[in-house]
Design a protein around this ligand. Structure first.
Ligand SMILES: [Zn+2]
Ligand SMILES: [Zn+2]
Length: 369
């Protein structure tokens, strides 16, 4: 196979242009510290122009791009958040028409993803609404944000508060603090509902690309004398990221590199990695037959077609077709599968971390036809 280049990034975060704490240049410093190659800022209902480019310091550089997270502010709750990348224009005017929003994003050459599609029932004690995706009569979006670390925090918190024998706002706040101090102890995987939705859409023959993100805001939380930022940008940039593969290397030219990054994201040449459990760098999933392909490609299902996957360290590896595991191996670094049916094949890996098995790698599919 021809050489591929791997880059890691995070594509969902907020600045003071909406409800985040740090400005682009400061966030870029945090991204460099975390070893990311690219980040995309996505403020609520504002596309911030003229911030794109390489940000550098003595430790390296990061490509910062500008996207947008659009939702209808007149809707109650303010749910159905939509992430747009590469549209190069303001999309907020279409916020109240989800299908139009998707169509305008596509028409502008951008890619649209449903952000944190499942956020569980509202939690009245902590005033946490359901900010999942609610407007399902839509089509044509690029994909789903299958893992949003801040959303995982909210979902775990909602479940923990529901389990509390005594319901009291102060106890709920204490629970929130307990989780805030050690999120990695509680967060185990994307929402099973979101993965099931992804598999269902793939089974319908749709091309649906997954991304994984931080949703970093750097928001301070106060509980009496305890003041804590949940969570700093640099902490979240070491948690759930999206890794991309490109056929050419990034060369430092903003226009050239921006196109490579956006093409990889839009065409699913990528996986979602929980890099906090262990770096997912070096993961690969490829297909080989008459055609050769990498993650995101469509290749022909001929008699000799095989799928191969390898992980940077031992893991439990599964190859999944339309929600069904078709091959698996435990505590290994390689898994090969000979597919006999057409369809979308994706890889899921888990790894032990902090005393529990954790979701680690969620690759985009290779499509066999
Ligand atoms: Zn959101
Ligand atoms: Zn957000």
């Amino acid at each position: 196979m021809s050489k591929v280049y791997e880059y890691s990034g995070n594509m969902h975060m907020h600045t003071p242009y909406s409800d985040g704490e740090k400005l682009h240049a400061e966030i870029a410093e945090d991204a460099i510290a975390a070893g990311l190659n690219f980040i995309i800022a996505t403020d609520h209902n504002v596309w911030v122009d003229e911030v794109e480019g390489y940000y550098e310091n003595e430790n390296g550089r990061v490509l910062l791009l500008s996207g947008e997270e659009v939702h209808n502010p007149r809707r109650q709750p303010q749910a159905s958040h939509f992430l747009a990348y590469g549209a190069e224009r303001e999309l907020a005017p279409y916020a109240n028409q989800p299908q139009r929003l998707i169509d305008e994003t596509n028409a502008a050459g951008g890619y649209g993803f449903l952000a944190h599609p499942h956020e569980g029932a509202p939690e009245p004690l902590l005033n946490l609404p359901d900010l999942g995706w609610h407007d399902w009569d839509i089509d044509g979006f690029t994909g789903l944000e299958i893992w949003n670390y801040m959303s995982s925090f909210v979902n775990v918190l909602k479940r923990e508060v529901k389990r509390m024998p005594i319901k009291h706002p102060f106890l709920a706040k204490l629970k929130a603090l307990q989780l805030a101090l050690n999120p990695q102890k509680y967060i185990t995987s994307p929402e099973p509902e979101t993965l099931a939705l992804w598999d269902e859409l793939l089974a319908q023959g749709k091309r649906v690309t997954a991304v994984g993100n931080s949703d970093a805001h750097g928001t301070p939380m106060n509980l009496g004398p305890i003041h804590r930022v949940i969570y700093p940008y640099d902490f979240l940039f070491r948690a759930v990221n999206t890794h991309i593969l490109t056929q050419k290397p990034l060369n430092g030219d903003v226009a050239h590199d921006k196109k490579l990054v956006l093409d990889a994201i839009g065409n699913g040449r990528s996986w979602v990695g929980y890099d906090m459990a262990h770096s997912t760098k070096g993961f690969r999933f490829s297909g080989q037959g008459v055609d050769k392909g990498i993650i995101g490609d469509k290749i022909r299902l001929d008699a000799g077609a095989t799928l191969q996957t390898r992980t940077p360290v031992r893991a439990n590896i599964r190859i999944i077709r339309h929600g069904k595991t078709v091959a698996h191996i435990e505590n290994e670094t390689h898994l090969t599968h000979i597919p006999i049916e057409e369809g979308a094949y994706r890889v899921e890996c888990t790894i032990p971390y902090e005393g529990k098995e954790r979701g680690w790698i969620y690759s985009n599919p290779i499509y066999l036809w």
